[in-house]
Design a protein around this ligand. Sequence first.
Ligand code: F6P
Length: 412
Amino acid sequence: MREEKLFKGKTLAILSGGGDTPAINSSIESVRNRATMLGFKVYGIKRGWKGLLGDGDVVDLTQKPYNPLYGGTALRSSRTNPFPSKKNPEDRVPQVMRNLKRYGIDVLVTIGGDDTNGAAKRLYEQEGIPVIGFPKTIDNDLRTLTWHEFNGKKIDAVTCPGFPSAALGVADFAARLKTTAESHARIMVMEVMGRDAGWLTGTATFGGASLSLIPEVEMNKERKEHFFDLVQKAYKESPDGALIIPVSEGVRWYNEQTGKTDVVYASTEQDEYGHARLGGVSGTIASEISAKLKIDARAQITGYYPRSGMCSAYDRRMTQALADKAVDLLLREDYGKMPVLNKVCNFDELEEYNCSAIDMGKIGNRPLPEEYFDAETLCFTPMYKDFLTHILGENYTYPTFHTDFPKVAPKE
Ligand code: F6P
C-alpha cells in the first residue's frame, strides 16, 4: 500500500483557551480530521497554554473517536497566559518552547478569542512558532473582518464560532421568560454575557425583547433618566403587558451612591489577561425600575446557559468551512493567520470559498457596529436584524399568545 502523505511524520497540536463555547469540539474534530488526511499526527494540548507548562499535558487525537456536537471542549480550557501578567509576573514562554520541542510539535492551532490568539500571535512573531489561529467566542467580539451589506451600506461585522449556538440559547431564554413575565405583568431585566460588546445581548430580540442596554452605550445620569422614560412608555404600550429588557453584563450604569458610571463586578479578582468577573447589573437595574416606575421588575441572569449545551447546525457547518481554510493555510505553510468568514452569510453559503485568512496582527476586540444599535431608542436596528437572520434563519420565530377575551359584565 502506498502511503504518500504530504506531512507524514509531522505533528500538529491543537489547544483551546479562554471561555468555552458549544462549537469548540466541532472545531477540534474538523481540524483534526483534515490534518490527519494530510498525514499529520494530531495532538491535543490540555487546558490551553497550561498544557505546555511544566511537564506538559498532551494527548493523542489521531484516529480516536470524537463527538463534534457535544458542547464545551474535550481538551478543557484555562485562562493561562504564557507571557508575564499582573497576576503572574513570571515569563513562561521558555517552558512553552521547551515543551513544543519535547513533544515534537511542529505546528500549533490555537482555538481562542482575543487573549489566546493574541498570545499565539506574540509567540509566532517573537519566537517564530508556526501558528494558525482559530476563532471562538460566544461574545462575538473578536475582529474577523466579515463584511455585511444591507440596504447599500457595507460594514465590517463579525461571525465567530460559538456565537450562533449561544444566540439560540439567549433567544430561547427570552422567549421563555416572556410567558412568566406576561402572567405577572412584570418587567424582566435579563442579563447576558458580553463583557465589552452587545452582539449577544441583541439576540434576545429574536425571543421577543426590544429595549436593550449594551456596553457600547454608557448609561450615565442623563441617559438613565431617558432609559426610564423609554421603559415606562414601552411597558404601557406593550400588547402583552410585560417587557423583557436584555442587558449586557458589561453595561456601565450610573450609581447614585458613588456618583460614578461603572460596570458591576461579581468579583474584582483578575485573571491572567487582566479581566475581573462581571455580573449583577441586572439586579441593580430591576430594583431601580421598581422603585422609580412602581412597576414590578425582576432580574434574571442567563449566565452560563447560552454558553452550554450542544453545537448548533450553523456552528457545525461554519467550523467545518473554517477548518477547510485552516488546512489550506497548512498546505501552504502560511502561518500567523486565522481563517474567517468573508461575509455574513446564510447556512447554505458556509463553504470554504466564502472564507479567507486574516493576519493575526489584525485581530482584536470589535465592538458592536453603531449601525446595529440606535443609542436614542435603545433598540437594535433593522441592519442587526438582517445580520442575525442570516445566522438564525428566515423562519426563526417564538410563540406568542395575545389574549383579548371579551369582558363579561355582571348580570346585575
Ligand atoms: O467567553 C467570554 C465570556 O463569555 C464573557 O462574556 C464573560 O465575562 C466570561 O466569558 C466569563 O467566563 P468565566 O466565568 O468562565 O471566566
